[in-house]
Design a protein around this ligand. Structure first.
Ligand code: SF4
Length: 69
């Protein structure tokens, strides 16, 4: 699983970092620090994705399509 954060949508609320601090770090916006997400952290990653108030976290499923935000 590969997750990314759209920095234009992230409001830096820190929720993803609180839910899954192993996956997300906070700079000006949230950043994903694990790539790919290990299987044992995928559930936490999905929880963070669902918990993001702006939907800024998205799963990248097609490497050729990473510029679709
Ligand atoms: S939960 Fe969403 S809006 Fe909040 S810091 Fe994480 S990516 Fe940004």
């Amino acid at each position: 699983m590969k997750l990314e954060v759209n920095p234009n949508a992230c409001i830096s609320c820190g929720a993803c970092n609180a839910i899954a601090g192993e996956i997300f770090d906070m700079e000006d916006t949230a950043i994903v620090i694990l790539d790919p997400i290990p299987e044992e952290l995928e559930e936490a990653g999905r929880d963070a994705m669902e918990g993001c108030p702006t939907g800024a976290i998205y799963e990248v499923t097609d490497e050729k399509n990473t510029d679709v935000k």
